[in-house]
Design a protein around this ligand. Sequence first.
Ligand SMILES: [Zn+2]
Length: 353
Amino acid sequence: MKSIAIINGRIWDGERFSAGNVLVENGTIAAVGTEGYHAEYVYDAAGAVVSPGLVDIHVHFRGISIPMYGFSADCGSFPFGVTAAADCGANFGDEALVKSFGVKCVVFANVGIASDGTPDLARAEALLEKFGSAAAGFKVVYDCEKTGGTEPLRKIVARARELGYKVTVHTNGSAVPMADIIGALGPGDIATHVYHGGRNTAEADGFACLLEAKRRGVVVDAGMAGTVHTDLGVFRRAVEAGAAPDTISTDLTRLSAFNRGGRYGLTACMTVARAVGMAEAEIFRAVTSSAAKALGKEGEWGRLEPGRAADLAVIGETGRGVDFTDASGNRIRTASSYESLLTLSSGDIVYSK
Ligand SMILES: [Zn+2]
């Protein structure tokens, strides 16, 4: 389809809501917010939000993450409106594999930590080299005793700065307080699973650690993982305390993808975020412009802007809600849920309900 007009929707351009039509020509966004249209294919988005393609900053794709987690990249993304993602925990793969995906993708390589607390940076660096332009940085799981304080993390962050990489840190169940983990990170690094309910939760200091992260430009990522790494009560109280996430991500794996009625994806996470009190613009920003910025891709992803690749999602409401219960027994049931009605990747219709 050379030209597509998406009409009558509410436009979310990555920053604000407005009205009008969105025109796509030859794979590129040609106009945003126009009144007229002339196109080969016209999609009526009345009652829905026309958004930049969603950006999921924490997933596990097949061929990159370990086989137990790795999930088919396009199948786990396009049905949920996701057109760009970051694999958070690469152990395998290369740039050619990433380029073979329809979903656009960058990669954080897993950094193991030896029993004496030494991070195995050489292996991660060698792997990132194979990913070329798709290399985003290091992923470190900081949930055991051997990490021995923040020293291993500080070494990883220092090396990332030398190489121009970001660091994303899994924080659930850490022996190290959240405030100390965040204190070891620099602006642009990412703390994920920040609303976990394990030991050393962000609530231990009344969420001061998350407010400090925001002040310093450390990205506060929900990293929901269903409810494996998210306590719905902690999440709700954090939002009430002004410590809502900068980014919302799924931590999608093949274990979580289709075992909730086929509905666990980024749109389900957006629904949970709404249920715990986040405002609509805050939710959409967290899965578009803020997520793109967190990956250093703000120039390419997360905004509807003429001249950019036509990655976009029409997000509507389904009558079916979500029903999640976390490890503490907190349950969220909603009457409706966000869902993607139409997903475009570089102007191609890759999902249509
Ligand atoms: Zn993960």
